[in-house]
Design a protein around this ligand. Sequence first.
Ligand SMILES: Nc1nc2c(c(=O)[nH]1)N[C@H]1C(S)=C(S)[C@@H](COP(=O)(O)O)O[C@H]1N2
Ligand SMILES: [Mo]
Length: 202
Amino acid sequence: MGFFGRIFMIPLLASTFITLFASVSFADNSVSLNSVSDSASPSTVASRVVTMIEHLEKPTGRVILSIKGKIKQTNSDDGVARFDREMLAKLPQQTVKTTELWSDGMQEFEGVLLTDLLKYVGATGNYIVAYALDGYDTDPIPLTDLDKYSVLVAIKNNGHYMRIRDKGPVRLVYPVDDFPELQKDPKTQYKLIWHLRTLTVN
Ligand SMILES: Nc1nc2c(c(=O)[nH]1)N[C@H]1C(S)=C(S)[C@@H](COP(=O)(O)O)O[C@H]1N2
Ligand SMILES: [Mo]
């Protein structure tokens, strides 16, 4: 890109920045987006309020997550919202601590709450289906799950960005340890999708 190209990029980048920060308001006494209170769920700190973005920037890095279906904000002509890792990492990050099937001991996962991400793209459906890089897909996940549990679109495990070999780069993590009903329900393990690539909102 030449000198003039760079000059023109500056206002563009600045406006993207402003749009993002205007839309994600960092309220101090924010209302928790989940009915799960912070005391009930030790995994998650108080949610910042996330509202729908007005203009979704385009990914510049490798796309690691796409959202399709009933969403109002997209960043392509084919009606898909595509995210690179930087875009996901810029959203308010939350933590879920839980044990899981694939590794020993307590695991800390970090990423954006699925409920926040869906608000961000203006999702209007009743359930989502998650698709993985390896061809696996979930049964429909009702959005009511997201009111009950802090379901995380995780990009970090124990402080490190997950690579594909770590069952990343994106995983759907439920706070399984915090909820006996999740531990008892055999459907829970089918929802713990690793290599998450696409979410459809239906
Ligand atoms: N990407 C991906 N996620 C997945 C699966 C899969 O095959 N691929 N299997 C699901 C199912 S059916 C179960 S029971 C759990 C545990 O799978 P595992 O026992 O094969 O590790 O992960 C879930 N998440
Ligand atoms: Mo399974």
